[in-house]
Design a protein around this ligand. Structure first.
Ligand SMILES: [Ca+2]
Ligand SMILES: [Ca+2]
Length: 571
């Protein structure tokens, strides 16, 4: 439990923030010179805005606000300011008569470079099984925890060669979220999204430095970080049959302690079809991405492809092994009974990596929809990989269908963005658990459309999504720890809550507004609003709106890198 003084401080901080006059909502990190630049503010009498130099107050831009319009997600009237044509680098504030000035923001060519690096470094901070040394972790250095070299096979996972209670070794991997457990399904989409970022923008990541223990080994930093999780995933496959354990967890969640203080026994739990298929998709992808690094990890790429094929074969033989939480296990479920998308995604990645047309047929492409991805709906990942590799597919691939699926979704999202009073593709119903990641996964799919079509409004709509999570939102907050003028101070994240350091571990995006407010009964403070886009509580109690998760950071990393790379030079 947090001490009462912490709750009081949070209440005072929240009250002070609410007492200030409203200010325009901007991307608090800033904008790229050639990028779209939108701000938002409560609908009022003022009709014009100016952008002023943050240091001198000199006016750099004047423009008209859009007419006031109701945005149902926030149950508020809003106006927008478009200053996309201001391209001169500098530090600015947005000024509207009757409001406080906005927080200062930059227009800079590298506006998202530090954010992108931190979004990946955050995964390093969530590594299991390793001490975080001061030279890599700074003030967030900590002892290692959860070595996971002696993990028990749970009854649900028992097999003839590995009966219940057998000890296996399954080290490394990322802690999933605010807790200390490791789940194949969720770390699968996370790993894939980061590998896709590398496949799509290799030069950007080849130049990036993250100060990791592996830095300088000849493997790009992003791929070093992902490898920490892939090594763990490989150990979750039963070498006897190719099946993959669904998760490696305690029986219940750890308390609010540091990793080295969490000593509960760990288990691998039930092999599942979803785990096997997500594993197959990720390993097939990774076998492509790590192939050039044979000198650093001899045999790894080939081993990954063998592992992917074995998991695929297991899933073919066990197509309906849905995860069912055993009675004595109380950690996250990540259970999913709709697996057509997982089958298709695994088939797509195996097809791309092997060029075996049988895998293309196994995708059943004509029946496969496209939609904004989440851990339980991965059809989009198949389409984005096929689009990325379209020039080297075999003749069996339906190129028109691939382009149509990617473009149709991007156009729908761009249309929603254009019609939105807030210039955000999010509909009211999209605000649910992890809404910030819904915003970013929408942006990732807009970017897939833009990469095929070159249609500028798709890129602009993706920019609006990043702006939203970095402060152009009705909370007026950046949703990433350590970034922006106002950002989450008390994420639901055990290391941040237990490390004795005031500032939370940086680089994590929190789940964000969630009108379900499932934690309200457990929190000492009320949510300030029931409006979907305002249902957020910056308190460690709020697992429903203020937790962190690896699968939420991954699209942040993808989108921030993509916008850096794709937005280009100013006109
Ligand atoms: Ca599914
Ligand atoms: Ca802390």
């Amino acid at each position: 439990m947090r001490p009462a003084v912490g709750a009081l401080a949070a209440w005072l901080w929240t009250s002070a923030a609410l007492a200030q006059p409203a200010a325009p909502q901007v991307n608090q990190l800033g904008y790229l010179p050639a990028g779209a630049k939108w701000a938002a503010l409560p609908g009022g009498e003022a009709a014009d805005f100016s952008v002023v130099d943050a240091a001198t107050g000199q006016v750099a831009w004047r423009g008209a606000l859009t007419p006031a319009a109701d945005w149902p997600a926030a149950q508020q009237s809003v106006r927008l300011a478009d200053f996309s044509a201001l391209t001169r680098a500098g530090n600015y504030r947005l000024r509207v008569p009757g409001l406080a000035d906005s927080p200062s923001f930059a227009i800079a060519a590298d506006a998202y470079a530090a954010l992108n690096a931190a979004s990946i470094k955050a995964l390093y901070f969530n590594r299991a099984g390793i001490e975080l040394a001061p030279e890599h972790a700074g003030g967030y250095a900590r002892p290692g925890g959860h070595p996971d070299t002696q993990v028990r096979v749970h009854a649900s996972a028992a097999s003839p060669a590995r009966p219940e209670g057998t000890l296996i070794s399954s080290p490394k991997g990322w802690y999933d979220a605010g807790d200390y457990n490791k789940y194949i399904v969720n770390s699968g989409i996370t790993s894939y999204t980061l590998l896709a970022a590398y496949e799509h923008f290799p030069v950007y990541f080849q130049r990036q430095t993250l100060r990791l223990p592996e830095s300088g080994n000849g493997i790009p930093e992003l791929l070093n970080e992902v490898l920490w999780n892939l090594d763990w995933m490989l150990s979750m496959q039963d070498p006897q049959d190719g099946g993959v354990y669904h998760k490696l967890t305690n029986k219940g969640f750890d308390g609010n302690v540091m990793p080295h203080q969490a000593l509960a026994e760990r288990y691998v739990v039930q092999k599942s079809t979803a785990a096997a298929l997500d594993f197959a998709a990720v390993m097939a992808t990774a076998s492509r991405v790590y192939q050039p690094f044979e000198a650093q990890r001899p045999g790894l790429a080939a081993r990954m492809l063998v592992a992917a094929r074995a998991a695929w074969a297991w899933a073919q033989a066990h197509p309906r092994e849905f995860y069912r939480q055993p009675a004595d296990i109380h950690t996250g479920g990540y259970d999913d009974s709709q697996l057509d998308d997982e089958f298709a995604w695994a088939a797509a990645e195996l097809y791309i990596s092997t060029r075996d047309p049988a895998f293309y047929g196994a995708m059943k492409p004509e029946r496969l929809a496209n939609g904004v991805p989440s851990w339980s709906d991965v059809c989009a990942l198949a389409w984005m990989s096929l689009a990325q590799h379209r020039s080297r597919l075999t003749p069996e691939a339906d190129q028109a269908l691939i382009a149509q699926r990617v473009n149709t979704l991007a156009q729908q999202l761009a249309d929603a963005w254009q019609a939105s009073p807030y210039r955000l593709a999010m509909q009211t119903g999209d605000f649910n658990w992890g809404s910030n990641a819904v915003v970013l996964n929408q942006a990732m799919m807009l970017i897939q459309g833009y990469r095929l079509s070159g249609e500028r409004r798709q890129l602009d709509a993706a920019q609006s999504a990043l702006d939203y999570v970095l402060g152009r939102n009705p909370l007026g907050m950046s949703m990433v720890t350590g970034f922006g003028a106002r950002s989450p101070q008390q994420p639901h994240h055990r290391p941040s809550q237990a490390d004795g350091v005031d500032a939370p571990v940086p680089g994590f995006i929190v789940g964000g507004p969630n009108p379900g407010q499932q934690d309200a009964a457990h929190c000492p403070l009320p949510y300030a609003s029931r409006a979907p886009a305002l249902s957020y509580l910056d308190h460690g109690c709020s697992y429903a709106s203020n937790e962190v998760a690896i699968n939420w950071n991954a699209p942040l990393a993808y989108v921030s890198a993509a916008l850096q790379v794709l937005t280009g030079a100013p006109p």
